[in-house]
Design a binder for this molecule. Structure first.
Ligand SMILES: Cc1cc2nc3c(=O)[nH]c(=O)nc-3n(C[C@H](O)[C@H](O)[C@H](O)COP(=O)(O)O)c2cc1C
Ligand SMILES: Nc1ncnc2c1ncn2[C@@H]1O[C@H](COP(=O)(O)OP(=O)(O)OP(=O)(O)O)[C@@H](O)[C@H]1O
Length: 314
């Protein structure tokens, strides 16, 4: 899979390849709706014997425009993970347009004439609600008019589950409400976070439950605080684990920063410094400020039983 960064207008002239089937969207999370859009582009590309491309942006448009302006946006799939998901789907080429002021101020006709036309499109595939500028002007209906006699448009109708649109916004909402099953259902895979294992305060092992503290980068969205059944990928091998996202309320009067700590079942290796992935499977409970260590240990034993049960059923 090729990856090209596009900075408009400087880097547009380097594009010179055969006609392309292009799926367009931001695609945060690559949920089932996105998979349908990109999957359609890929199938069409294979039929026509052309490459299948994806057009995305280097940051979420709301970082430039919306209420989150200038904020640290948290992604379901931060840049590296997004590329991995595109690759898994079988995309041939990814165009990442730099979403800066200049690019964002293109009018709808300019976006088509100056930007899309230089990508040498055979067909553009996008969802029914894709916009490429102001919501009321840059609609799919308008795109069909602007593209007439130049490239084809395939519009993908709304994909819903139980009356709800499969969307990044809904997946984020579920993760914020501990609804892991719903989030994973909409994604079509189990939600993940990743990062290196860093040193904690080494309290876990004194409880009989050593934990791998995973330093998840700030641009990755984490599920809401709480305790979860997870799987963890260490050295290409998945292990059952129970993981807390929380402040270790029992210690230091809850003044600790939020950490992600995984107790891996039946595991004794030293994995400091290694990159791991956590896959979120089921919400168990909220974090509790216990009166003493013994109560915390008793609860951790309960959590371990629940975790074992989850994996026995699988
Ligand atoms: C599955 C799991 C559940 C946990 N639940 C709680 C909890 O409810 N309350 C709490 O204060 N700490 C909880 N902890 C955090 C422990 O206090 C934590 O493992 C300990 O502080 C170790 O920190 P360290 O890695 O910095 O040594 C939990 C940890 C795990 C792995
Ligand atoms: N449920 C869906 N059905 C059909 N097309 C979809 C669906 N969800 C997204 N798309 C399309 O996929 C592309 C990427 O969409 P976008 O990144 O805006 O996703 P989204 O999940 O709708 O995001 P958000 O929740 O932030 O609005 C667009 O072409 C969009 O129209």
């Amino acid at each position: 899979m090729k990856v090209r960064k596009l900075i408009f207008p400087q880097q547009m002239e380097i594009i010179n390849h055969q006609p392309l089937i292009l799926a367009a969207g931001f695609f945060d999370g690559l949920h089932l709706g996105h998979q349908n859009v990109i999957g359609t582009a890929i199938r069409l590309a294979r039929i026509k014997g052309l490459p299948a491309g994806v057009l995305t942006f280097d940051r979420h448009p709301s970082v430039v425009f919306g209420p989150q302006k200038g904020a640290n946006y948290q992604y379901l799939s931060a840049p590296k993970r997004k590329l991995e998901l595109f690759r898994n789907l079988g995309v041939d080429i990814v165009y990442i347009a730099q979403f800066d002021r200049e690019f964002s101020q293109l009018t709808p006709p300019e976006f088509v004439d100056k930007f899309l036309m230089s990508l040498h499109l055979d067909t553009l595939v996008a969802g029914f609600d894709w916009t490429f500028g102001p919501k009321d002007l840059a609609t799919m209906k308008q795109l069909k008019i602007l593209a007439a006699n130049r490239f084809d448009i395939v519009e993908i109708p709304k994909l819903q589950l139980a009356g709800e649109k499969i969307s990044s916004t809904n997946v984020k909402k579920y993760l914020a409400q501990h609804q892991i099953f719903q989030a994973n259902l909409f994604l079509g895979y189990n939600y993940q976070n990743s990062g290196p294992v860093v040193h904690g305060r080494a309290i876990g092992r004194t409880l009989g439950f050593p934990t791998a503290n995973v330093a998840v980068a700030a641009d990755q969205l984490l599920p809401a605080l709480g305790v979860y059944v997870t799987r963890i990928l260490v050295d290409d091998c998945w292990y059952p684990a129970m993981t807390q996202i929380g402040r270790n309320l029992t210690f230091n009067q809850g003044q600790n920063p939020v950490t992600v700590e995984a107790n891996i079942l039946n595991f004794q290796q030293d994995i400091y410094g290694q990159n791991v992935r956590l896959e979120w499977l089921q919400y168990l409970r909220g974090e509790i400020a216990f009166a003493n260590k013994q109560q915390l240990i008793a609860q951790l034993q309960q959590d371990q039983l629940a975790t074992r049960k989850y994996f026995e059923k699988k």
